[in-house]
Design a protein around this ligand. Sequence first.
Ligand code: AMP
Ligand code: MG
Length: 345
Amino acid sequence: MQTEHLNITDIQSQESDLRRAAAILQNGGLVVFPTETVYGLGGNGLDAAAAQKIYAAKGRPSDNPLILHIAKPEDAEHYAITNDTYYRLANAFMPGPLTVILPKRDCVPTATTGGLDTVAIRCPSHPVAHRLMELTECPIAAPSANLSGKPSPTCAAHVAQDMDGRVDMILDGGSSEIGLESTIVKLDGDHLTLLRPGGITYDALCMVCEHVTVADAVTHQLAEGERPLSPGMKYRHYAPNAPVILLKGSDERVLRFLRFAQEEENCAILCYDEELPYLQDRYLFPIGEREDLETQARLLFSALRCADRTDADVVYAHLPPMEGLGLALYNRMIRAAAHTVKNLD
Ligand code: AMP
Ligand code: MG
């Protein structure tokens, strides 16, 4: 398949390009588009055949459900059974990086929901995504636009590495602002379960809802045979070529370990900016300042991709804190590392 690459810098003057992308989606084709979280691999969310094409393009197991993207929060009415709590969340966080899981309506094919009777709904804020959804006039099913097992793409160049020749069109809208996938919550009445942390933090959810629980699988490895609340939790995301090892300990001990490792091993390092002067400039990927979790979120997947393209035997990174946006970083890193943490204290 020939993939068309289009740079979208201005949605108004490029309306005809976006109309062409919408027509591809309406006719059952696949279009990759930018969002504020990561790039999405879109297909018509009401078309079971389009869902199959998405799974095939990603090499993703078809029991791992897709998120339905909508232009405005009220559009959820057509596809899901909403309640007051949904609208409270929508008022606070939509459009934005929040996905809500609700009971689905019959028009949503089970091919899209991985066989589940619930559906994940998100309303992205990125102007290109938003206009594309308005023009398409149907919900867009879109997982992250990476091959299954690779880090989610945060720029069009990363999308092209994985998806060139597998989709009809790639819309380039620059680098993703947040850089980690959306926060996912499951709604049961007025009770929220956090299934995947992201740009909307646990604390922010607690400001809007009284009852918020964090699913065990966010921070812990599932036990053998344990059934996760969200199918995606059981897959090892972002499995890099070289093993990733997370380092836990004081700044001083971690830095000493890294300096030693650079002498002894063929390693890549995801480091804080403050550490740059003290480390050799070989396979070194800075992800921002120590306290700057937003920058770390934005740069993490790109750094993992870069580390993966070296011939390093091992990738070292810091174990992120579990507070605020750190919980989302922690959740992604612990999976990339298959829960391998080296304690240096
Ligand atoms: P991605 O599309 O790569 O951002 O992944 C979407 C995530 O949403 C997957 O990990 C799914 O397991 C989760 N998800 C989507 N729909 C549902 C649902 N109905 N119930 C639980 N989790 C869901
Ligand atoms: Mg994904």
